[in-house]
Ligand binder design. Structure first.
Ligand code: COA
Ligand code: AMP
Length: 641
């Protein structure tokens, strides 16, 4: 580690004196009533951060900056190569838009604590929507546009929103994604019926509105502006939820991760300077989507809480129009820090292996490239480092944590982090590698990665209305710890290496998906007797799902036809984001004698990794059959142990 980094002292203090450390950090936030203490272990499931404090996220992200003279500064650079649109929104304009939309929501009966589902593409109105909810203390729940109607419906049923905010369409390079028919379908499927849907009409598609339920957003905004309808920032408790964000669990039922207010702000604000090394007034770009946690934390809340300008990019790393898109955005907006997923870099590397398009653009503003969301393969990291000439920092986190668990805190003085490591724990995090009995293992030994309780602030206090599921999923297996469900190891210097999941979650192009959820869809097909879905290695997306089907006896339709139906079914039930394209019919699945499907071994065969015949296997030939089936599709690179 570099001797001059302030990291070791700061991390040590955050653990030794969390009260002092975090109350000091909390001074970067405006409070209507400051919290008397940083942590109360007696509250909530494992304690709560900043109890008793009263604040408002929208005030901190918008109003106080305008009051401090940042009104004319751009808050958002919206850049959409797919819509052919660009727009700069200053902090003053942001305040007007957000206060107006908040007023509109109030007129629709939305009060503090009510839920609002946001199903929107990457347009400024989506940012206004989230901040408007925060302004009046409503709890937003954003649903990613690439999910299908059934996924949207299950989130609506769990969150029970009073209002849904949506738009007529999203724009993918290959097609216009009509959101409204998906929303209408979701609302026919959902048991819970929201009172109102506010629909933003985009010029690319006009949505048909349902009389009595749907309201035209643009027209309502005009009316609100004409009548001066606005809402001020509602004081909320630090422990009140700011949002619910659903993420994949081990079943098809997503988990509603709750994010609270005060602790989240303190964590994000600290991270902008401490971890990302970015100052107020600078331009920060997270090339993610508002539907993911990275979008919540680092497209919207952290940059705006810090008084930075955030880039809202509605496009892809390649094909909109080419692999130079990221470098064009960096030049155009003078981006100081870029945060993206390794898959985006792999896509660029594939199209422009020598980085020739980079040379067309002035990238001198860029100081650091941050990666997260999936394992960063060392080849891609080295490629980016060599061509961009800036440090490439991998950091590790989860929807549940809301901010990085580990990284290289460049703002404190960068550490010498080994390629392949996601760095060291951020302040407040104590990370241990545990064996099956829950005991810490020695350096360099693989195990389950767990975080000592209490989780630092910013992390989830619980799951929405499901304290029991929260305890059972995260806290039960290793008492005194939060189970990350990631496996890996720590080296002698405390640097963390994240090697994979211990559950059935896979990571497809930086998107977290449940193979268990996909298996539920496959099993629902009338001709399927048994199934297994595994994630297999993919050069571009990291992993892609691969489904194996055993057909019911007596089915006499062609397996190819059924496989095509299965692919369509996953797209229809989960959505295009699942990228489920491989379905393979086999005569049987490999199992242990007790009937457990050997998914791990199947994955190793598909990924050409060394594997051993499990001692408990029922019939060793069943694994050869899997290898043969994969080979027939050109997928398995080896066929035996
Ligand atoms: N709305 C509707 N559909 C969407 C969507 C959205 N917001 N986002 C993706 N999709 C669709 C895509 O159009 C594609 O559909 P298709 O099967 O008809 O082609 C499908 O979902 C899969 O999308 P994706 O996995 O994004 O693949 P891609 O081939 O379109 O693009 C990459 C590949 C690598 C360029 C892209 O995945 C990428 O930029 N990933 C970065 C992910 C990221 O930032 N994650 C956040 C963590 S930091
Ligand atoms: P999500 O909740 O969608 O952010 O996904 C979280 C999961 O993505 C983690 O549990 C890891 O499995 C994986 N992940 C995130 N960041 C990294 C990283 N830097 N390296 C390896 N895996 C990562």
């Amino acid at each position: 580690m570099t001797a001059e980094s302030r990291y070791p002292a700061i991390h040590a203090r955050s653990i030794r004196d969390p009260e002092g450390f975090w109350l000091e950090a909390a001074r970067a936030i405006d409070w209507f009533e400051p919290p008397a203490r940083a942590f109360d272990p007696a509250l909530g499931v494992y304690g709560r951060w900043f109890p008793g404090g009263v604040t408002n996220v929208c005030h901190n992200a918008v109003d106080r900056h305008v009051a401090a003279g940042r009104g004319p500064q751009p808050a958002i650079y919206y850049d959409s190569p797919v819509a052919g649109a660009k727009r700069t929104v200053t902090y003053a304009e942001l305040q007007t838009e957000v206060a107006t939309l908040a007023g509109m929501l109030r007129s629709l009966g939305v009060e503090k604590g009510d839920r609002v589902v946001i199903y929107m593409p990457m347009i400024p109105e989506a940012v206004f929507a989230m901040l408007a909810c925060a302004r009046i203390g409503a709890i937003h729940s954003v649903v990613f546009g690439g999910f299908a109607a059934a996924e949207l419906a299950s989130r609506i049923d769990d969150a029970e929103p009073k209002v849904v905010l949506s738009a007529s369409c999203g724009i993918e390079p290959s097609r216009i994604v009509q959101y409204k028919p998906l929303l209408d379908l979701a609302l026919t499927m959902a048991k819970h019926k929201p009172q109102t849907c506010l629909i933003f009409q985009r010029p690319q598609a006009e949505a048909k509105l349902v009389p009595g339920r749907d309201i035209d957003w643009g027209r309502a905004r005009e009316e609100a502006l004409a009548t001066g309808t606005v809402a001020d920032c509602t004081p909320v408790e630090d422990t009140d939820p700011l949002y619910i964000l659903y993420t994949s669990g081990t079943t098809g039922k997503p988990k509603g991760v709750v994010r609270d207010t005060g602790g989240y702000m303190v964590a994000l604000r600290w991270s902008m300077e401490g971890l990302y090394g970015v100052e107020p007034g600078e331009v920060y770009w997270s090339a993610s989507d508002i539907g993911w946690v990275v979008g919540h934390s680092y497209i919207i809340y952290a940059p705006l809480l810090t008084g930075c300008t955030t880039v809202l990019y509605e496009g892809k790393p390649v094909g909109t129009p080419d692999a130079g898109a990221f470098w064009r955005v960096i030049e155009e907006y003078k981006v100081a820090a870029l945060f993206t997923a390794p898959t985006a870099l792999r896509a660029i590397k594939k199209e422009d292996p020598d980085g020739l398009l980079m040379q067309h653009y002035d990238r001198s503003s860029l100081r650091t490239l941050f990666l997260a969301g999936e394992r960063a393969d060392p080849d891609t990291v080295e490629w980016a480092k060599a061509r961009l000439g800036v440090p490439v920092v991998d950091h590790w986190w989860q929807t549940e944590t809301g901010w990085a668990i580990a990284g290289n805190p460049v703002g404190l003085g960068a550490l010498d982090i080994r390629v392949g490591s996601t760095g060291v724990p951020m302040p407040g995090y104590q990370v241990d590698i545990l064996d099956e009995a829950g005991h810490p293992v020695a350096a360099d030994r693989m195990g389950s990665i767990a975080i000592k309780l209490p989780l630092p602030h910013g992390c989830l206090p619980t799951l929405w209305r499901q304290d029991g599921r929260f305890r059972e999923s995260y806290l039960a297996e290793f008492p005194g710890y939060y189970k990350t469900a990631d496996a890996g190891f720590k080296d002698g210097e405390g640097q963390l290496f994240i090697m994979g999941r211990t559950d059935d979650i896979i990571n497809v192009a930086g998107h977290r998906l449940s193979t268990g959820g996909m298996e539920e869809v496959l099993a629902a097909h009338q001709d399927v007797a048994e199934c297994a879905v595994i994630g297999i290695h993919d050069e571009l997306k990291g992993e892609v799902p691969c489904g194996f089907l055993v057909l019911k006896a007596g089915v006499n339709r062609s397996p190819a036809q059924i496989e095509t139906e299965i692919v369509a079914l996953v797209r229809e039930r989960i959505g295009p984001v699942a990228a489920f394209r491989i379905a393979i019919t086999v005569n049987r699945l490999p199992k242990t004698r007790s009937g457990k499907i050997l998914r791990g071994t199947m994955k190793k065969i598909a990924d050409a990794e060394p594997w051993h015949m499990p001692a408990t296997i029922d019939d060793p030939a069943s694994l050869d059959e899997i290898a043969t089936a994969l080979s027939a599709r050109g997928l398995a690179k080896v066929s035996a142990a």
